[in-house]
Structure formats: C-alpha cells, structure tokens
Ligand binder design. Structure first.
Ligand code: NAG
Ligand code: NAG
Ligand code: NAG
Length: 363
C-alpha cells in the first residue's frame, strides 16, 4: 500500500469536515457540480466511428478576432474569482458537449418550454445537473466576444477556450486551443443515451464509450484526471458506501476511512440532494496529479474512478500519471486536444450562434 495513504486520509478528514461545513447550505453547494458524466452507457455500437479530425487551427481567428483568447480569459478569470465551482463545471460541460455529436455547442441549447417542442440534450437525465453557472460563464464570455467581433466566433470555440482557462486557473497546464469549430444546427435529446460514461460504469463500458469517440485507454485515464477538481452529488456514491451491489455493505475496495467520512456527509436516506463531496479527497481545489495517487490508495470517489486502478488495462497509466505531474499534464493536454477535435462541423454543416442557448433562425 502507498505509505502516504495514511497522511492523505487524515488530510482528507480535515478537508471533508471543512467541505461539509462550507458547502452545505451555502451558495457553493448550489454551484458545485460533479465533473463526471453520469450517464448511460448502452448501445454505443452505432455511434462507434473514428472522429473526423479536420480544419482546426491555432490562428483560425487571426484576422477576424485576434484577441479572442484574451477576451474569453478576461471573463473566465473574473468568474473564477466569484464562483470557483464554475471551473470544474465548465470542464464537465465541454466533455458533455464533445461526447454527444461532437464539440458543437449542442449542449448549450436551452430546453424549450412548450410541451410539443422536441427535447434537447439538456432535457436528458445525464445533463440535468450540469451547473447553470457553467452555462452562464460561456454565455458571458460569448457576449464579450460578440461585442468585439460580432458573428464570428462560435460558441463551441468559446467553450473550448473557457475549459482551457479553468484548467490553468486551478493550477493545471496552460495549452493553446485550436479553433474553427462551428455550432450545431440541432440539439437532440435522443443522441445523449449511450454517449456518456456514468458514475458506476465498468472499465469495459468506459472503454467502449471512449472508443466510440475515437479515444483510447490512455485518453480515458488522462481525461479522468479532470476529477482532480470538482464534486459529485451524494446520490452517485450512496451505493458504494451503504449497499455495494446489493450486499448491504460498503464497497470493499473503498478505504474504510473514506467510507466513514462520506457517510457523515451523505446519509443513506433523507440527506439533502444538494450536498456534494470532492472527487479528489486530498487536494480538491488544485489541478494536480493527486487524483491518481488517491486511486492507488483506494480513495477514489466513484466506482468508475476506482475501477481505473483495478483494471489491468488502465492501471499502468494510472501509475504512470500518478508518479509524474509533468507527464500527467502532457497526457491531459494531448487528450483534451483529441477530445476537442471530435466530429467538428465545418462550413454549411454548422452555424455561428449569437446567443449560445439559441439556434439562429434559418431562412
Ligand atoms: C482584459 O482585461 C484587461 C483588464 O481589465 C483590459 O485592460 C483588457 O483590455 C482586456 N482585454 C480584452 C481583450 O478584453
Ligand atoms: C448504475 O447506475 C444507474 C443509475 O445511474 C443504475 O440504473 C444502474 O442499475 C447502475 N448499475 C449498476 C451495475 O449498479
Ligand atoms: C516526468 O515526465 C517528464 C515528461 O514526460 C519527463 O521529462 C521526466 O523525465 C519525468 N520525470 C521522472 C522523474 O521520471
């Protein structure tokens, strides 16, 4: 066992107490959202195909909106100070966008209020607890961009930039974001099912979902490292801490101290639906590689996190990234670039929305 797991556990208890004190019943409890996709993973067969990677470039807006990175960064920096939990929430939003029909801002389309209107991606269970603060951040950044370069920069690119900014603001790597994505013309609820991992996915399911996006085991482990920041709602851990697979006992593969601490935050029934617990129990606000060390010490929060260390296909990557922060940062940046290139829409296949939550009305 990792000799540092004991001190990590103790630090965790302090962190847990602090978090429960600060999160419950405060505005932060509203803002904090889990980064991990909690979705369905059936029937990916038909969507299994290599992503089309084409046409993104670092200088896509060099002539039309040269300051776009800085304009977005100004907004995200201010938002990060006011709502730190918007950071992981924006990262999660980007993930949920790219994994369903590609990085095309289809996730940003607002649900319609009329009963007869077709349901959009946001109407699906998998997307219901995406944080409103994340949507607001993107909308604010987009409005700032529109004021300087109207009608030019897509919402999909603004989301990709905002996600990058937050990684850096939380202490993670800075990387340059390729641009040139167009926004979708549709957002269809029916495309969500089976496209996103869920909290209790097995490694088989995770690998299948990622393969459907043209991503491999290394991408799965590197992108899961985003759980170095962010929070999950209790509902996603109740099974592991009270009744693992119908045994009426906790998951034997979770450190007993973590079980105990989580039970304090998350009662088996009657707890507040708003309480959240950190993915990275040792440094929940720092974008570092502690997530992987936690997995090796059985301190992974979700079953789908812990499984990455238990499975022989992914364990070596967990160990490699857990041993070397530079290596993690390199791997994360490379995988974010791949994820950010999934099924890019070009030309007439897409549009540039003015307001990210609303499609342009097409003539
Ligand atoms: C970003 O904010 C700074 C400080 O408020 C300002 O001077 C600068 O013009 C802004 N840059 C852009 C591109 O909006
Ligand atoms: C995983 O969680 C979903 C709900 O999110 C549930 O329907 C399903 O039964 C769970 N699967 C397992 C194997 O626990
Ligand atoms: C950590 O990873 C970096 C980048 O891959 C590499 O250059 C460095 O040598 C590694 N450090 C150790 C101690 O292995």
């Amino acid at each position: 066992m990792d000799p540092s797991s004991s001190s990590r556990g103790i630090r965790f208890l302090a962190v847990a107490a602090l978090l429960v004190a600060s999160l419950v019943g405060t505005s932060r409890a509203r803002e904090a959202q889990p980064l991990p996709p909690v979705a369905e993973a059936e029937a990916v067969g038909s969507s299994r195909r290599a992503p089309e990677r084409h046409g993104l470039s670092l200088d896509f807006y060099a002539k039309t909106c040269p300051a776009v990175d800085q304009i977005v960064a100004n907004v995200t920096a201010a938002r990060y100070r006011d709502f730190p939990a918007a950071g992981p929430a924006v990262l999660r939003l980007f993930h949920h966008d790219c994994f369903v029909e590609g990085c095309d801002a289809s996730i940003l389309i607002a649900p319609t209020t009329t009963a007869s209107a077709p349901k959009v991606e946001r109407d699906m269970e998998e997307n219901r607890n995406l944080a409103q603060e994340a949507f607001d951040t993107v909308e604010m950044a987009k409005a700032a961009v529109e004021s300087k370069c109207p009608g030019v920069v897509s919402c999909a690119d603004v989301l990709a930039l905002a996600a990058r900014d937050y990684v850096q603001q939380a202490g993670g790597p800075f990387y340059r974001v390729k641009k040139g994505r167009k926004d979708s013309k549709v957002s269809l609820a029916g495309k969500v099912r089976g496209s996103l991992p869920r909290a209790n996915s097995t490694v088989d399911e995770l690998l299948r979902v990622f393969a459907g996006k043209g991503l491999g085991a290394a991408d799965l482990v590197a992108l899961s490292g985003a759980h170095t920041v962010g929070f999950a709602h209790c509902v996603h851990v109740l099974g592991r801490i009270y009744d693992y697979r119908g045994t009426r006992r906790p998951d034997p593969l979770m450190d007993a101290r973590l079980v105990k601490a989580l039970r304090m935050s998350c009662p088996s029934s009657g707890g507040s639906a708003r309480v959240v617990v950190p993915f990275d129990v040792s440094t929940p606000f720092q974008f570092d590689h502690a997530y992987y060390a936690n997995l090796q010490a059985r301190l992974g929060l979700l079953g789908s996190d812990q499984a990455l260390f238990l499975d022989a296909r992914t364990r070596p990557v967990v160990q490699e990234l857990g041993a070397n922060k530079t290596r993690f940062f390199e791997a994360f940046v490379a995988s974010m670039d791949r994820m950010g290139s999934i099924r890019i829409k070009k030309g007439k296949k897409g549009q540039v929305r003015k307001i990210c939550s609303q499609h342009l009305l097409l003539a």
